[in-house]
Design a protein around this ligand. Structure first.
Ligand code: ADP
Length: 472
């Protein structure tokens, strides 16, 4: 694949991923907004519901009479004393509060009994604050008592810090009261209007949990939907990348095979032309040499085609014909043959095969191919002076083969994929070296067919070790 198209594709992907991320971001923002709106509404509905409940309890007759009659009448008495000048405003407040205190425990026991009978899924702490007491005698308003939000006056209920509390709707109570007083030494009955303003405050423990539980369906639904969209997006993008990789691998393969076929064909072309040359025709040795070239190029083409054909087999399709093989002999022969076939002049192979010898049950032909692929790579991706070490051992019922070289090494990223079909390391000057990216793939397939494993350890510029484990 050429550079420009790859770059274009990469840009396309980046844009695609960016747009998806933006869309996902927008979607989650909208979702969050909607969920938050629902939360606010649900909370309001819940508080309204609690408000109704509390005012219902407030209206229970027994509580009503404790508040309006017992406490209210007491307040009216104190106001009468105040009107007659017997006590001052402060005293009214003190006595009124003392009365409320004395009534509180019975008020609360009734209150809690009502609350218990409702069997709510949350607990409520309640108190009633006195906001103001205002009287009007036909001419003037007199504020007997008033509280501020900083220092509320608690009438009935439990003590608690109001910071966290919910204020329910305040209630007003109007009444006309009479009192006896003396005007110019004669006893008369006067009347006044009284307005008492109270407000209920409650603390609902766990109210958030209650509200959240009520919207759990929506929450779970939106989380699932969100996860589903992310999964879908992830899957699609991953799929796209895989498709793109496959396309790249195919193009690479076609480029590689074209390149591989071109060289022997060109050589064949030159060789056949030379065969027509009279000078060569007349010299038997030159004729032989040229024929040798034709033969070798022909073999090379044959090998190439065989490689493509056999390598399309998967591990399950490889037919193994296993035989008993003595490891020492097998490796000695392999090394000798390999040295003979390779034209590399500066090659040392260290044979460190396990002694005493061991009998292996392997397919000689396929196993040889597998190891030759590794040995050939050691030269292809090696330095001028190539050193290969073959070491074997038996460990935990496995026959272990290490083949190490002193070559250019493989980066950790590439180590993961070199056994993939058609994979070739694409950076550096590696592409000067011919190949189809099939060698290690086939080696892997053969080792797998033998129920073994193959792994690699490598350091760039130091060398590579292939480790094969075969069950014995
Ligand atoms: P090919 O050699 O035809 O490219 P292989 O499947 O044999 O394909 O190898 C895959 C890739 O692994 C090679 O392209 C090369 O980059 C890398 N590789 C294989 N063996 C070695 C090695 N001994 N040292 C460094 N790189 C190697």
């Amino acid at each position: 694949m050429n550079h420009r198209t790859t770059k274009k594709m990469k840009n396309k992907f980046t844009i695609l991923i960016l747009i998806s991320a933006l869309a996902l971001g927008a979607l989650s923002a909208i979702q969050a907004y909607l969920v938050n709106n629902t939360y606010v509404l649900k909370k309001r509905a819940f508080l309204n519901e609690v408000d109704d409940l509390v005012s219902e309890i407030d209206n229970e007759q027994i509580l009503d009479s404790l508040y309006f009659e017992t406490w209210g009448n007491d307040l009216a008495d104190h106001i009468a004393d105040y009107k007659n000048g017997r006590i001052d405003q402060k005293e009214v407040t003190q006595r009124t509060m003392a009365k409320a205190d004395s009534l509180n425990s019975s008020y609360m026991s009734y209150y809690n009994a009502f609350l218990d009978s409702l069997q709510l899924e949350y607990t409520i702490k309640y108190h009633k604050n006195l906001e103001s007491v205002l009287i009007f005698d036909g001419n003037t308003f007199d504020s007997i008592l008033s509280s501020t939000s900083d220092s509320p006056i608690k009438l009935f209920g439990e003590e608690f810090d109001e910071k966290e509390a919910v204020s329910l709707s305040s209630s007003r109570w109007y009444g006309e009261r009479d009192y006896i007083t003396t005007v110019n030494d004669s006893v008369v009955t006067e009347s006044y209007d009284m307005e008492v303003k109270t407000q209920d405050k409650i603390i609902i423990t766990n109210w958030r949990r209650v509200v959240l539980r009520r919207m759990s369906g929506l929450l779970i639904g939106s989380i699932l939907l969100f996860l589903f969209v992310i999964a879908l997006l992830y899957y699609s993008i991953k799929n796209l990348i895989t498709q793109k990789k496959i396309a790249e691998v195919k193009t690479d393969f076609i480029n590689n095979i074209t390149h591989e076929l071109k060289t022997p064909l060109a050589t064949l072309g030159i060789a056949t032309k030379s065969l027509r040359n009279e000078a060569i025709k007349s010299s038997p040795s030159a004729f032989d040499t040229t024929l040798g070239i034709v033969e070798r190029q022909n073999n090379r083409l044959q090998k190439l085609i065989d490689q493509v054909l056999t390598n399309s087999l998967s591990a399950e399709e490889i037919q193994l014909s296993k035989e008993q093989i003595v490891d020492n002999t097998f490796f000695s022969e392999l090394i000798a043959d390999f040295k003979l076939s390779t034209q590399h002049s500066d090659l040392t192979i260290h044979n460190k095969v396990h002694v005493p010898e061991i009998l292996l049950r392997i397919d000689r032909f396929h196993f040889t191919t597998a190891l030759l692929n590794i040995l050939e790579n050691a030269i292809k991706y090696g330095k001028d002076h190539t050193e290969i070490t073959i070491y074997t051992a038996v460990k935990h019922g496995n026959y272990i083969i290490h083949i190490s070289d002193n070559g250019i090494g493989i980066s950790p990223k590439d180590q993961k994929v070199i056994f993939d079909k058609f994979y070739r390391v694409s950076d550096g000057n590696v592409h000067d070296v011919k190949g189809l990216g099939l060698g290690l793939y086939f080696t892997h397939q053969i080792i797998t067919a033998h129920k073994g494993t193959i792994t690699t350890e490598s350091e760039l510029n130091k060398g590579t070790t292939f480790i094969i484990k075969l069950p014995v």
